[in-house]
Design a protein around this ligand. Structure first.
Ligand code: PMP
Length: 356
């Protein structure tokens, strides 16, 4: 009863099911990475002097900004570090979006954007994707808005918009163009809009170490943009928004390029083989440029997405199902290890062959 009226009436953001650490489950419901982080993370933790924890961390995560600038070939002033990209999403609203302003987003998209907009009393104008989930950029531009937010590749559809389209969008739009590249490292070829930084002053790219670096647990996100946009984020952040342990781990993981390439490569290969096997079982599976697959249950199987999800959960295999507009009767499966994927496939085969 003490909450502000608009917070009181808001729906909370509900993250996917989190099992207890010791529970033995196959968890393919939150787009986590199935492999451990780089072994260099373990070394960095083993070598970390715990006594340093009495001090505050570097306030701007300077050493990690420098590593990011070096790896991604941008200027140090074009990088921001946050406590997960979720924190940066909240800062985007604080720094750039007035109460009562409007943002345009394709629908479906990452659902946290709606929650963040509600908290900050910003209006969301959702522009439906086409039947094949492709994004209607003309319709996005037609909305009078202060920002456009594109998740690229999109979640939960897995589809990618090309850099050329993003460049054109940025050029034709007066507002802020936010491109959330949480899954970009799993995409084919030179898919990132990073090369537009320095050329498009209204472009801000959001990234995370949660997915491709297997570090959901440390909460580290980063952003690339022109210096003026980064300065605004710096003004709005908490004084010490990235913990000392997070900074240590993030720098170690980022520097280990070969482990990153190897694990991302493995996930991309598994995505191809899992997609093929699911199609052979009768699922409709559009191509994905991410570490997850959005699937429609086999036509005529009599099995709904919800039923499949619940049946698997009873066997301690967790996936996610959707039943919202444009996402009717869909399941989303995060790519697991080869062993996890084959256990999932065996169970699905079993379910499809049961006389119901
Ligand atoms: N953007 C998208 C599109 C996501 O799917 C997620 C993770 N669910 C995030 C951002 C947030 O990632 P982080 O763990 O860095 O907060």
């Amino acid at each position: 009863m003490y909450a502000k009226a608009h917070i009181h009436s808001m729906a909370p953001y509900i993250p996917g099911f989190q099992p207890e650490a010791e529970q033995q489950v196959i968890k393919l419901n939150s787009n986590e990475n199935p492999y451990p982080p780089s072994p260099d993370v373990r070394k960095a933790l083993a070598g970390f002097d715990y006594a340093l924890l009495r001090r505050y961390p570097n306030a701007t995560a300077e050493p990690v900004r420098e590593v990011l600038a070096e790896i991604y070939g941008v200027n140090r002033n074009q990088v921001f570090c946050g406590n997960g990209s979720d924190e940066i999403i909240s800062l985007l609203f604080k720094a750039f979006l007035e109460e009562g302003s409007t943002i345009a987003l394709p629908y479906p998209t990452y659902s946290l954007y709606r929650t963040a907009a509600d908290i900050h009393r910003v209006h969301c104008e959702f522009v439906p994707t086409r039947d094949d989930f492709s994004i209607d950029t003309e319709a996005l531009l037609a909305v009078p808005s202060q920002a456009i937010i594109l998740v690229n590749p999109n979640a939960p559809t897995g589809l990618l918009v090309s850099v050329d389209v993003i460049e054109e969008l940025a050029g034709r739009y007066n507002g802020l163009l936010i491109v959330d590249e949480a899954y970009i490292d799993f995409a084919d070829g030179e898919a990132s809009a990073l090369r537009l930084i320095g050329r498009c002053p209204n472009l801000l790219i959001l990234r995370t170490l949660s997915k491709s670096y297997s570090l959901c647990g440390i909460r580290f996100g980063y952003a690339f943009a022109d210096e003026a946009l980064i300065e605004a984020l710096d003004k709005c952040k908490d004084s010490y928004n990235v913990s000392m342990l997070t900074q240590t781990i993030a720098a170690a993981a980022l520097r280990d390029r070969s482990y990153f390439d190897e694990t991302v490569g493995r996930i991309r290969a598994s995505r191809g083989s899992l997609g093929g096997s699911l199609r052979r079982l009768g699922f409709a599976v559009p191509d994905s440029e991410t570490n997850f697959l959005l699937c429609t249950p086999p036509a005529g199987s009599g099995l709904s997405a919800r039923r499949i999800t619940e049946w698997l959960a009873e066997r301690h295999v967790y996936i996610r199902h959707f039943d919202s507009p444009l996402l009717e009767d869909k399941i989303r499966i995060s790519i697991g290890t080869e062993e996890e994927n084959s256990k999932l496939l065996t169970l699905l085969e079993d379910l499809l062959n049961r006389p119901e």
